[in-house]
Structure formats: structure tokens, C-alpha cells
Write a protein that binds this ligand. Structure first.
Ligand SMILES: C[S@@+](CC[C@H](N)C(=O)[O-])C[C@H]1O[C@@H](n2cnc3c(N)ncnc32)[C@H](O)[C@@H]1O
Ligand code: SF4
Ligand code: SF4
Length: 332
């Protein structure tokens, strides 16, 4: 039985499509502003729509959120509504005044992306981007933010994960987001950077060791692997349709940042209504029932498939066109 919540718990708002970098992995293939981007006068309405969902986590991302001139105002309105937003940045827009304004209005959490040490990171994000991100991260730590590092694991960086964790732990990081590379957007041209199933199992074991060694909290968008390895009793699978929604820069609403099917637009329909009434979401919720899964999932042992639900739906959809098919990197 799949339990559906009244409202989503996790909301991502991509506040702009504009970006100063052209990362090889970017699922959004971000470049310039979207021609129909939610503007400053509409932002309050969107913030209220998000706050109405009473989410436990709001992520302001992009594109590069620090390129949006009204980003401090946006963050402040969230805080005034009692929602503490996290900002996700590439760290390449170094603006001390803006960071300090964020601090003064009460923003606590900023995530800076590092896709490995300097050689790997710059190969993906462009020359000089590691040094700029490091300068930003150090400034944030020195100014009392709960700074977090987000890293996409690829063939270029995964073997360095132990030194990488140690390095950022020693800088003062308490939270490390380790994200699987979903090769959509510009990532489609760089599929060879993906890890295969055995690498993912190796990585999962390594992260478990590092977690207990450094007491660092890892956030992994790979819950299903933890389920499969029996490591985390409370781990669940992919959250598409069950816990999250994403608002794109033009107000389109997706089930997850990586899943490209538009459920509606927040300019026209409330988020709560989309969540409760979208026929596409209803279909997704049917299709993730264990008895609806196809391919090798059919014979997956009971106890695993109820929790795993076929792995990452965005990857299954990208490769097969159906969320009922297994994640192509299923480790089983
Ligand atoms: C799209 S970025 C926007 C925020 C900011 N520009 C940055 O790079 O951190 C938001 C998050 O998505 C991650 N990301 C981008 N492309 C991805 C992909 N293909 N697979 C998994 N994560 C991805 C980034 O590393 C970052 O943590
Ligand atoms: S991953 Fe972030 S920094 Fe890189 S191009 Fe996309 S939005 Fe820009
Ligand atoms: S076979 Fe399907 S349900 Fe089983 S672990 Fe693989 S993706 Fe998950």
C-alpha cells in the first residue's frame, strides 16, 4: 500500500535558468534566463504557494540563484513565512555583501557544489571554478553559515571520495550531499562519466565507513541502494510522486528536478491542487506499486522491491521511456 501525503515534503524552486558556468553534467543545460521566468513581482505569490504546502525542506536553486538580483528578498519572504530555505550555489559568484545580507536575514544553510578536487571539478565546471567555489565556502564557514558541500559522483572523482570527505571535514563541513549523476540535459553528451552498478555498491560501502568515521551526515539521492544492501532500516526508494515537487524557472511543476514531465504550472494551478489532483501524478503513483514493475524487478525479492520501487525513475524514463522499467544501474 503506497501512502500519499496531503502535500509534498520537499520542494525545489529553480529561481532562474541563468548561469555563469556551463557544466558538462548540468541536467538543466542552464545558460540564459528563461523568456518566461517568474519575475520579481510574481515571486511573492510563488513563495506563498510553496509555504502553503508546509514543506520540511525548500531548496532554492537554478541555474545560479546568486545571479538573481532579488534573491535576498526571496529568501527573506520565505523566512518571514516561517520556512527556512537552503540555497544551492556553484560558489562562482563571489559576493560578500550578498552573503552577509543572507546571514542578517537569517539564512542558515548554503550548499556549494564541488564535483571532486580541482582537476576533476574544473574539467566539469570550467577552469578556475574550484578556486572560486573554495573561496566562497571558506567565507561562508567563517561567517557562521551551516555550509554544506554537494558533489555529483562521476568516473572523474569517485575514487577520491575518502580524501575528499576528509578534506572538507577538516575545513569544517558537517554535511555532504553525494548525488548520483543523472545524465540528462548537458549530461546526455557525457554519459560515459556515469558509474556502473559495481562502482555504486563500492561507493555505498565506502560512504557508510566514512559516515561513522567522521560523523558527517551524508545526503544521498540513492536511497534504493541502501535498501538493497540492507544498511539502513528506514531507507526508502525514489521519492517521485510521494514526497517531492520541483518548480522550474517558468513556473512549470515537475515531480522531481530530473523527471521531465510537466504536471502543471504554478501560475495557473496551486501546488496543493497539482499534488492532489494531477492525473499524471496519480498514474505515477499507480505505476510505482511493486506489482506494476517490469523487467528484472518482477522477480526481485519481496521486501526489497516494495521499498526500492525500481530505483531512480528519472533514469528509467530517460533510458526506456517507462517508469515501470528498472533503473538501468540496478545493482541486483
Ligand atoms: C542544477 S544545480 C543549480 C545550483 C548551482 N548552480 C550549482 O551548480 O550548485 C543544483 C544541483 O544539481 C546538481 N546537478 C546538476 N546536474 C546534475 C546531474 N546531471 N545529475 C545529478 N545532479 C546534478 C548540482 O551539482 C547541484 O548540486
Ligand atoms: S550545474 Fe549549476 S553551475 Fe553548473 S551549469 Fe548547471 S546550474 Fe550552472
Ligand atoms: S530489480 Fe528493480 S526493485 Fe529490485 S533492486 Fe533492482 S531496481 Fe530495485
Amino acid at each position: 500500500m503506497i501512502e500519499v501525503l496531503n502535500t509534498p515534503l520537499f520542494l525545489t524552486w529553480e529561481v532562474t535558468n541563468r548561469c555563469n558556468l556551463r557544466c558538462k553534467v548540468c541536467y538543466n543545460a542552464s545558460t540564459d534566463m528563461h523568456p518566461s521566468e517568474i519575475n520579481e513581482s510574481e515571486a511573492s505569490f510563488i513563495i506563498d504557494a510553496i509555504a502553503d504546502c508546509k514543506p520540511i525542506f525548500v531548496n532554492l536553486t537554478g541555474g545560479e540563484p546568486f545571479l538573481r538580483p532579488d534573491i535576498v528578498k526571496i529568501a527573506k519572504r520565505f523566512i518571514d513565512k516561517g520556512t527556512d530555505p537552503q540555497l544551492a550555489t556553484n560558489g562562482s559568484v563571489y559576493n560578500e555583501e550578498m552573503f552577509l545580507q543572507m546571514k542578517s536575514i537569517g539564512v542558515k544553510s548554503i550548499q556549494v557544489s564541488f564535483d571532486g578536487f580541482e582537476a576533476a571539478h574544473d574539467a566539469i565546471r570550467g577552469s578556475g571554478s574550484f578556486k572560486r567555489a573554495l573561496k566562497t565556502l571558506k567565507f561562508l564557514i567563517d561567517n557562521g553559515f551551516s555550509a554544506k558541500v554537494g558533489t555529483i559522483v562521476t568516473r572523474l572523482n569517485y575514487l577520491d571520495i575518502a580524501e575528499f570527505t576528509k578534506y572538507f571535514y577538516e575545513l569544517g563541513i558537517k554535511k555532504l550531499g553525494v548525488f548520483r549523476f543523472v545524465p540528462t540535459g548537458r549530461g546526455r553528451e557525457n554519459q560515459s562519466l556515469q558509474l556502473d552498478a559495481d562502482d555504486l555498491v563500492w561507493l555505498q560501502e565506502k560512504l557508510e565507513q566514512l559516515e561513522s568515521r567522521y560523523g558527517i551526515a551524508f545526503f544521498k539521492c540513492d536511497h534504493s541502494l541502501a535498501v538493497f544492501l540492507g544498511k539502513k532500516k528506514n531507507a526508502g526508494g525514489c521519492e517521485l510522486g510521494l514526497k517531492c515537487l520541483c518548480i522550474k524557472p517558468n513556473g512549470d511543476v515537475l515531480g522531481c528536478p530530473f523527471f521531465p514531465v510537466v504536471l502543471g504550472n504554478v501560475r495557473e494551478t496551486s501546488l496543493v491542487k497539482i499534488w492532489q489532483d494531477s492525473p499524471i501524478l496519480k498514474e505515477i503513483r499507480e505505476d510505482i506499486r511493486p506489482e506494476r514493475l517490469l523487467g528484472k524487478c518482477v522477480n526481485c525479492p519481496n521486501g526489497i522491491k516494495e521499498k526500492c520501487r525500481g530505483g531512480c525513475k528519472a533514469l528509467a524514463y530517460e533510458t526506456t521511456g517507462s517508469i515501470r522499467q528498472p533503473d538501468p544501474r540496478c545493482w541486483r
